[in-house]
Ligand binder design. Structure first.
Ligand code: UT7
Length: 329
């Protein structure tokens, strides 16, 4: 009889740059107020990288913490998946940069450009490779230097975003635990609701003589809000169904930290009470692909997760993309 194997998260880690940007700092940049930002988003402050702090540096710092918890050496990692839309370079991938910095000499590497859903895409890829038998030890990272693509003259977006990284080690297990189910989806027809219009091969930087290209995030917030609640809610119900679970079985919902109102509405749609929704958006704002693994690291390190607990992760972002994962700790 075939042995049943799947992925299990054996280590988590995160890293946030030390520099804090408060709502009062935002009031000096654009026509906004602490009251508007708090009540409309739940954000009190966000983090910003120092000028010489790279996206890959945050990814590496988060990963060492996850590797230490999993008790693995760099040469034991067989695959590295990095979710990011703010790579250090167009080429090479951020995964290759991280590989070099950490000495992951036996790993295959890939970047995933699924925006805020990037980390859960990485978890799903890791779990699938493990189930196929091809790899046994995989490092998954969600990392973003969003301040590098934020327009600090656009109040609709600049108050939302921050920098940070989170990581998880996923190993094969034959135990009755780990990643139970994952669900990934996208709809490219709505790409322009949340995108960076210029800087790709259509309109590379040299296209613009007067610096008039838009290399920053543009978002139609209210439309994205509507889709986010529906898709994260439905994807979450889908992974629960795939795992044979009910919303009442969930110990913690770990939603993408984009907006406190989106998280509350999503939890309601799934049928999860607010006290079981983990939120840290007040401290970090929206860190795109890093937000779910940072939340995962914090809920674990705060001692709020016990063996056998059910974690439901869900995220939604540019693409549009969305994803959910159900995990038995
Ligand atoms: O991470 C990827 C997924 N991203 C998301 O999920 C983000 C989804 N969207 C949102 O979180 C919300 O739509 C926002 C927080 C971005 C905006 O909140 P909203 O309640 O949808 O506001 P709105 O865009 O409908 O704008 C309402 C008003 C507008 O003014 P008028 O036209 O009514 O006079 C905006 O200009 O609020 C104004 N506004 C602001 N006012 C003060 C927008 N941004 C600001 C601001 N400060 N920073």
């Amino acid at each position: 009889m075939m042995r049943k194997i799947n992925g299990r998260i054996t280590g988590v880690g995160s890293f946030l740059p030390s520099h804090r940007v408060t709502n009062a700092d935002m009031e000096k940049l654009v026509d906004t107020s602490d009251e508007w930002i708090r009540s409309r988003t739940g954000i009190l402050e966000r983090r910003r990288c120092a000028a010489d702090e790279r996206n890959s540096d945050m990814a590496v710092a988060a990963s060492w913490r996850a590797m230490e918890m999993a008790n693995l050496r760099p040469e034991e990692i067989e695959l590295l998946v990095v979710g990011t839309v703010t790579p250090d370079y167009r080429l090479p991938s951020t995964a290759c940069v991280v590989q070099k910095k950490m000495g992951l000499v036996n790993a295959a590497t890939m970047d995933i450009a699924a925006a805020c859903a990037g980390f859960i895409h990485g978890l799903s890829i890791a779990d699938s490779y493990i189930r196929s038998g091809q790899y046994r030890r995989i490092l998954v990272i969600g990392t973003e230097k969003l301040t590098s693509v934020t327009n600090y003259r656009d109040r609709n977006t600049c108050v939302l975003f921050g920098d940070g990284a989170g990581a998880a080690v996923v190993e094969s297990t034959e135990e009755d635990r780990g990643i139970l189910s994952t669900f990934l989806r996208s709809d490219g027809r709505m790409a322009e609701l949340l995108w960076i219009p210029d800087g790709g091969s259509n309109t590379p930087p040299q296209t613009f003589e007067n610096g008039d290209g838009n290399f920053c995030i543009e978002m139609t917030g209210s439309e994205v809000f509507r889709h986010a609640v529906r898709q994260m809610g439905d994807a979450s119900l889908q992974v629960l169904k795939m795992a044979g679970l009910e919303p009442s079985d969930v110990t913690w919902l770990l939603p993408h930290q984009a907006n406190i109102r989106i998280m509350e509405s999503t939890a309601k749609r799934i049928g999860i009470p607010s006290e079981r929704v983990f939120m840290n958006i007040a401290k970090y704002g929206n860190t795109s692909s890093a937000s779910v693994p940072i939340a995962l690291d914090e809920v674990v390190r705060e001692g709020k997760v016990e063996a056998g607990d059910i974690l439901l992760m869900t995220a939604f972002g540019g693409g549009l993309t969305w994803a959910s994962a159900a995990v038995k700790w």
